[in-house]
Design a protein around this ligand. Structure first.
Ligand SMILES: O=c1ccn([C@@H]2O[C@H](COP(=O)(O)OP(=O)(O)O[C@H]3O[C@H](CO)[C@H](O)[C@H](O)[C@H]3O)[C@@H](O)[C@H]2O)c(=O)[nH]1
Length: 466
């Protein structure tokens, strides 16, 4: 019979799954707090009571719902040094000093991770949340169970998109999804979230992304993208959450002198939006250099298109779209009369500009690969990865592919080049393939098929026809 003391870490098995718990006192009753839940979610849902401090074959005073009341329990000194626990007697045990350097690889075989997704109601955010909840992710041989909290100010997104995410993942997984309407520029909004629960990593999508608007109103861009992100870093540091996947963009390559774009190319910005992405990359590098415990992955997206194969979620820009595919989609459903093709005298095969279009589901999987890397590689530092297919497609080829997928004719008007546009941009995918083990699966035909399914089912996006 083992004698446990407050602060002891114990290892126990329930239905062959290994858990770790910390023995403490709670309102005068000895309790085993399950750190997987409590540290990861600060929720104390699993608080196992014992009759006294003596535990043999583990008998619960009150057994947790759905679990067998018998289990094995034994002392496990392995983690004692890693957990600094302040267990207080009192009616609210909140004071967990979580200066642990948590490494999921060392934990039990099933570990729940709480991921904060900023801007999770947006285009790439919704698709990533669906994949995260559905697939979880594996680190070494362990599947990490995910719970997701979205914070989004709904500036360029709608709550309907989150409802559809819930519909796609089903009622059980929906229980693992939280939504908060909040703005990263209000420090109080982020503070409130972090003070309620522990986050293990953040995927940071929130931000504005329209190039033209950023030229007309740069302060709005600096405020949203820079101030919001700085607040986020400060709060993460305060709560010792130091893993971040950041949405960067191929825009940081400016007009690349060579293609394919490699991650170590010189970085340039062509407009205020691009400058915010470039500054935020630099900020990430500086923070990580000063505090090496940070693990940050910068994902440079090329041209995200397509939609979830269900046709239930997709891109729904407010106003007239700036980007090619949402524009084509609105022409196809009759919301716009024709597509302006900007530039037909580029030195490319058909004279139109070439980009690296990537299916949003591939991007979503790229975020999961990035998270896996963060959890598995303490030496990741701050590393940038291109997320593209490595293939270039011209504007006219995209139009033809969409016509084929939709069976609709897309009327076009050949127009002069759009100022600031590069001739051809596509990614080198080598680093992401090698280090993240990620490679895009979908081609242009699937992108257009899924984009059309979304457009055809939702010609007015998430809104009803006005
Ligand atoms: O109505 C349109 C819209 C776009 N285009 C053309 O289609 C191509 C793609 O344009 P997008 O606006 O869809 O995408 P960009 O490549 O210009 O920019 C996108 O990808 C960049 C990185 O490569 C940045 O991330 C940027 O923020 C993002 O909008 C360009 O040649 C553009 O001139 C048209 O011909 N007609």
């Amino acid at each position: 019979m083992a004698k446990l003391r407050v602060g002891d870490v114990v290892k126990f098995c329930i239905k062959k799954i290994t858990y770790f718990g910390i023995f403490c006192e709670l309102e005068g009753v000895t309790a085993l707090i399950h750190p997987i839940r409590s540290f990861m979610g600060c929720r104390f849902r699993h608080c196992y009571m014992f009759q006294d401090r003596s535990v043999s074959k583990g008998r619960f005073l009150s057994s947790p719902p759905g679990l067998s009341p018998t289990f094995q329990v034994y002392m496990e000194p392995m983690f004692e040094n890693q957990y600094k626990l302040l267990a207080r007697a009192g009616n609210r045990v909140q004071e967990w000093v979580s200066s642990i350097n948590f490494d999921s690889r060392e934990m039990g075989s099933s570990v729940e991770q709480n991921i904060l997704v900023t801007g999770g109601a947006g285009f790439i955010g919704t698709h990533t949340v669906v994949q995260l909840l559905k697939e979880g992710f594996k680190v070494s041989d362990r599947t990490l169970i995910i719970s997701v909290s979205i914070i989004d100010n709904l500036d360029n997104s709608v709550i309907e998109a989150v409802d559809r995410v819930r519909e796609l993942v089903g009622p059980d997984l929906s229980k693992k999804l939280d939504f908060t309407q909040g703005d990263l520029r209000n420090k109080g909004d982020i503070e409130k979230l972090f003070s309620k629960q522990r986050f293990d990593a953040v995927i940071h999508f929130a931000g504005l992304k329209a190039v033209g608007e950023s030229v007309a109103n740069p302060r709005r861009y600096f405020d949203n993208n820079l101030v919001g992100t700085i607040h986020l870093y400060e709060t993460m540091a305060k709560y010792n959450c130091k893993m971040m996947v950041f949405s960067s963009s191929a825009t940081v390559y400016g007009q690349p002198e060579k293609i394919p774009c490699m991650e170590d190319f010189e970085l340039k910005a062509m407009n205020p939006y691009g400058r915010t992405k470039l500054f935020l990359e630099e900020i990430a590098r500086d923070i990580q250099a000063a505090e090496p415990e940070w693990r940050i992955v910068l994902l440079r997206y090329f041209n995200p298109v397509g939609a979830h194969e269900s046709g239930r979620i997709g891109e729904d820009p407010k106003g007239i779209p700036n980007n090619l595919m949402p524009y084509i989609q609105q022409v196809a459903v009759g919301r716009l009369p024709e597509l302006n093709v900007y530039g037909h005298d580029y030195p490319t095969e058909d004279g139109s500009a070439v980009r690296d279009y990537i299916h949003v589901m591939d991007l979503a999987d790229g975020h999961i690969a990035a998270l896996r890397k963060l959890f598995a590689d303490p030496k990741i530092g701050c590393t940038a990865y291109n997320l593209g297919t490595g293939r270039g497609t011209s504007v006219l080829e995209m139009v033809a592919a969409f016509e084929k997928a939709s069976g609709k004719k897309i009327p076009i008007k050949l127009c002069p080049r759009r100022p600031g546009d590069a001739t051809a941009v596509y990614a080198s995918t080598e680093r992401a393939e090698k280090e993240l083990g990620w490679k895009a699966k979908y081609g242009v035909d699937e992108m257009c098929r899924d984009q059309w399914k979304w457009a055809n089912n939702n010609p007015w996006g998430y809104q009803k026809k006005p």
